[in-house]
Design a protein around this ligand. Sequence first.
Ligand code: HEM
Length: 401
Amino acid sequence: MLTKGYAWLPDRLRAENAPVVRTRLMGQRAVCIHGVDAARLFYDERNVHRHGALPEPVKSTLFGHGAVHTLDAADHRRRKSLFTGLLMNREGITDLVERTTAAWDATVANWVVDRPVTLFEEASRVLTEAVFAWVGLPLPPEEVAPVAADLVTMVDGFATPAPRHFKARAARGRQEKRLADIITGIRDGSVEVAPDSAVRAVASHVDERGDLLEPRVAAVEVLNIVRPTVAISWFLTFTGHALHRWPGTRARLARGDREYAVAFAHEVRRFYPFAPFLGGLAARDLTFHGQEIPKGAMVLLDVYGHNHDPALFPDPYTFSPERFLDREIGAFELIPQGGGDPRTGHRCPGEDIVITILAALAPRLARLDHAVPEQDLDIPLNRIPTLPRSRFTLARTEHEE
Ligand code: HEM
């Protein structure tokens, strides 16, 4: 897995040409499954539990200890309602998108003609500024870049034993401490935040037993809003790459065709690699396509291979937003952010945020007069998470009539 990255699981499934492949991951027996039926099985909580499934290195970097990702049943539903209430309402999403587009427009206005900028870094700062203001903790300008760097580092280092993993642990430690102190301050009245803010909602959330979350766990959950929002930088960088690689998509986006912009956002999330697979533990003895999966086995759902399965997406290595026009998308069909129902299962509650932000910023990027200087645009599939090696550099150019 460490050497093959995104290709590891799809290659194993292809080589064995079987619906179930048995392997080991971090010393543990694991069963890999693929396809719509597999996603349906995986997202039925009678079949797969999350508690105890995430390896310690992933909890210590990406998600945090005690996070919603690691809960099951009533505990999960209660905590999940906090996220769906905050993240899945139109008014809240519109507010976040307006903050993001305002920060983006101000940033782009400062780009000097012919001076290259790195899209990944610029996007991460725009998103950090917007999402911290949105949760109720606006950052002073000088803190935006270092906080953005910490959030990006947490995502970048979760799946590697390399030094970037230890940087990710340190970044999480720093941000958890900072936010846990703020949560304590909100509760004792020494820190003032807006009464209807997301950070206040997390600080006052009570679990199934009626207890407040420990300050560190509350900090973990605030980070579970801001960190993945900043992770949209990966998809924005891929957006820049897609516009460069498939310039034919530009005109329709630039015209402001909203339906096409949403289809473009779906295609960016499908086409480019981000989450490689998802893991849980078999809650009971299971059978999948005649193959047994014993209770307690690690179950891995193929995500990257699923989104490139020609049976689901014909010609999967062609970037084609048109494939998502004029149709509904099934709950287990496109799974870059998980499958099933986000309100009851573990599917990402931030999907509409991601789609709406991409559909707002992709047309802006398409309209921007810019050049893409010579650079290494290779996207290595053996690195998780991956990006164009150059992180996508572009330079504004003079406006041409
Ligand atoms: C869960 C992907 C953006 C909040 C997930 C899962 C994936 C995912 C794969 C796991 C699903 C599972 O375990 O079955 C992504 C990607 C994003 C993104 C690729 C874009 C870069 C967001 C945003 C937010 C968010 C913007 C919030 C503002 C969450 C939360 C969970 C989650 C709280 C845990 C859900 C649960 O366990 O019930 N996301 N996500 N994500 N995501 Fe996202």
